[in-house]
Write a protein that binds this ligand. Structure first.
Ligand code: GLU
Length: 422
């Protein structure tokens, strides 16, 4: 479907990232030259990788890796596999990683990767060959001290195991710390799989407390029932909140008295879909996001809250589980409506935070128990929430702007301290 020009601009992730950046940089009064440095990705790489398909055919796939910033440490960020990946998208996501790592104050810069492919029609062995060849092309730019990939859309712990193995074969030694989000018995961290959802739950609890809403009184709508939304729903339910609706690409379910996410997950495993779940009624997936609720968790994909639909939202709090679920135009509408937004670069930072723990554990060769991981994650998320909300109140700005200002300030400070190498 062809989008009108204005919406095309609104949906371009790099322009969206730029709009947020410009606002925060201006408010901070950052030097123009420094703004250029902060905005420009440090490195962008495009590779065209030949891969032999199962039927013997040769196919060429295009992959990207962007290192947005290395000012505070190695680049950090996921790799996504999707048919519609673009360089602009990877570039924007890599800059979001820079700001995300700075908001939670972990010692990484930002990076992101992507391969244009459709995992739905690829076999496991084709996916493995794509992953390994892509990794081989990136061999000189990734590494525990340079750039540490992780899972993102359509990639998982198996993908990370292949990357780790390919990198290790080239280096002639096992290097677990080159990627995070690995399987547990290959240097992965306890708590990593559910870390993003757990982070969402922790900051949501903080927001509820701020508004004096008892978790048991909180009605939650979750969009996306995958690694972020599914885990967030489960942990929010466990924390006493009521998950009144779950939205997926093929339908939505609703129960005013609350849905048990474990039972819903079981139903999906058995039937292949969340629809026709006996514990809830099926409702229109395009309308479910606009149900009155205390918390909306958009945890599916980018640009779902835009200038055309933001006015219809009836949530008190939005916890952005996905990266970039709200367009910059929609921000203004949400602000006018007085919705308390926990911005993506804070709300979903639990994943990269436990990635940091995984990297630390790999480098130490000493592994933590789950309680330690979750406790340290909670401490970082609670403190970061407080940092952002206090900053917003002190400077009379909205949470997203505050998160960007805080992050830009930290990265700018690192660049100033390091100086520019000539
Ligand atoms: N892909 C995740 C994100 O967008 C995790 C990145 C990481 O752990 O490095 O935050």
């Amino acid at each position: 479907m062809q989008l009108p020009r204005a919406l095309e601009r609104e949906f371009n992730p790099w322009l969206a990232a730029e709009a947020r950046f410009n606002e925060a940089a201006t408010l901070l009064g950052l030097d123009e030259g420094l703004q250029k440095v902060l905005k420009s990705p440090a490195m962008e790489m495009t590779v065209h990788i030949p891969v032999q398909m199962d039927d013997g055919r040769l196919e060429v796939f295009t992959g990207y890796r962007v290192q947005h910033s290395l000012a505070r440490g190695p680049a950090k960020g996921g790799i996504r596999f999707a048919p519609d990946v673009t360089l602009d998208e990877v570039r924007a996501l890599s800059s979001w990683m820079t700001w995300k790592c700075a908001v939670v104050n972990i010692p990484f810069g930002g990076g992101k990767g992507g391969v244009i492919c459709d995992p739905a029609i690829l076999s496991q062995s084709e996916l493995e060959r794509i992953t390994r060849r892509y990794t081989a092309e990136l061999i000189d730019v990734i590494g525990p001290e340079r750039d540490v990939p992780a899972p993102d859309m359509n990639t998982n712990d198996q993908t990370m195991a292949w990357i780790m193995d390919t990198y290790s074969m080239h280096k002639r030694t096992t290097v677990t710390a080159v990627v995070t989000g690995k399987p547990l018995n290959l240097g992965g961290s306890r708590g990593r799989v559910e870390a993003t959802g757990r982070g969402c739950m922790i900051v949501t609890l903080q927001a509820l407390r701020k508004f004096h809403i008892e978790p048991s009184q909180a009605k939650v709508v979750v969009q996306g029932f995958g690694n972020v939304g599914g885990k967030a729903a489960r942990l929010m339910h466990k924390a006493g909140m009521k998950i009144i609706a779950v939205i997926e690409f093929d339908g939505a379910v609703y129960n005013a008295n609350g849905i048990d996410p474990d039972a819903l997950e079981k139903h999906r495993r058995e039937t292949g879909s969340i629809t026709h779940f006996p514990g809830a009624e099926s409702i229109d997936k395009n309308e479910a996001m606009f149900l009155p609720c205390d918390v909306l968790v958009p945890a599916a994909k980018e640009n779902v809250i835009d200038s055309r639909n933001a006015h219809k939202l009836q949530a008190r709090i939005i916890c952005e589980g996905a990266n970039g679920p709200t367009t910059a135009e929609a921000d203004k509408i949400l602000n006018e409506k007085g919705i308390f937004v926990i911005p993506d670069i804070l709300a979903n930072a639990g994943g990269v935070t436990v990635s940091y723990f995984e990297w630390v554990q790999d480098r130490q060769g000493y592994f933590w128990n789950e309680q330690l991981v979750n406790g340290r994650l909670e401490e970082i998320m609670v403190n970061s929430f407080k940092d952002v909300v206090d900053y917003a109140e002190r400077h009379s700005v909205h949470n997203r702007t505050a998160a960007y200002m805080l992050a830009l300030d930290r990265v700018a400070f690192a660049i100033k301290l390091r100086g520019i190498y000539a």
